[in-house]
Design a protein around this ligand. Structure first.
Ligand code: ZN
Length: 294
């Protein structure tokens, strides 16, 4: 039996007044760190976004639906992109994976400073002609607050988001996890008050994961008095599904004159996948064929 290391649990309370997603993502964030050779602050920033993405991916309805989180701030990390699917496959990259370590006043990795101010965009691709796009301002650049603000301002969906990545002394990922709580319209004042109190006194997610708690145990510990029903448990992983034909499509989309340029100047083209760093080579004759197909 294959051991499921990372997964997301989805649960709802007995009054159907709020739903909860809890993720353990330590190994998948470590995979991302190794893939991109991330420094600790870059690993924390991408790790938090991947963790959120994995949960948001699972929220989607159809197997082929894809959700992207694109964070564009003016900080040195130069942007964060994460793409997640319903099946738990999640991938991402940052503009500058080697930004130096910076600590904030609390002695923690300063993700907010690395990200800076700017916009958070969520793109939901349902395989239709036009994807659904929502956008909001970055509040702190710490990702969790920014997503919570996004849900409130762009989707009118009150949500509490907690994300945490703990980097070990050897720079590997020690613990990573997250939680999204979404309040449903029929919630009572009492339940809402109780929920807000629980969130305000909650132990950080990365601490709980580091202490060895599973998502089920975290769910039980936090909401045991609210009658939670566990709806599903979905394995999540860092997976890039890039294929040559998709990279080829992207290359064709640059247009005839650009392709002609590549033939004349470089006698070919090499494209690198941003998500997994796989290199794809296209020869002069490949490019000629592309031009002829246009
Ligand atoms: Zn790839």
């Amino acid at each position: 039996m294959i051991k499921i290391e990372n997964y997301v649990v989805r649960a709802i309370d007995k009054n159907k007044s709020f739903r909860v997603f809890i993720a353990k993502t330590t190994e998948m964030v470590e995979k991302a760190r190794k893939t991109h050779d991330l420094t600790p602050v870059a690993a924390a920033a991408l790790g938090r976004t991947i963790t959120a993405g994995a949960m948001m991916g699972i929220m989607q309805k159809n197997e082929k639906d894809e959700v992207s989180i694109v964070i564009k701030g003016d900080g040195p990390i130069g942007g964060i992109t994460v793409v997640a699917k319903k099946n738990g496959n999640t991938k991402g990259y940052v503009g500058n994976p080697r930004i130096p370590i910076e600590l904030n006043e609390a002695g923690k990795l300063d993700v907010g400073k690395a990200v800076g101010t700017g916009k958070l965009t969520v793109i939901r691709d349902y395989g239709l002609k036009e994807p659904y796009i929502g956008q909001s301002d970055l509040i702190t650049g710490e990702i969790a607050e920014d997503l919570s603000n996004y849900y409130a301002s762009s989707e009118q969906q009150p949500s509490a988001v907690a994300l945490g990545v703990l980097v070990d002394k050897d720079l590997s990922i020690k613990a990573s996890g997250g939680m999204i709580i979404q309040v449903l319209p029929n919630i009572s004042e009492d339940d809402l008050g109780l929920l807000e109190h629980k969130i305000s006194v909650m132990t950080p997610m990365s601490t709980l994961i580091e202490q060895g708690y599973t998502p089920e145990q975290i769910l039980e510990g936090l909401f045991e008095d609210m009658g939670m029903e566990l709806l599903e448990k979905v394995p999540v992983d860092y997976v890039c599904d890039c294929k040559r034909d998709r990279i080829e499509k992207a290359l064709i989309s640059v247009g005839k004159s650009e392709l002609q340029d590549m033939i004349e100047k470089d006698h070919g083209a090499e494209l690198t996948c941003h998500f997994c760093n796989e290199k794809y080579q296209f020869s002069e004759s490949d490019l000629v064929e592309m031009i002829n197909s246009l």
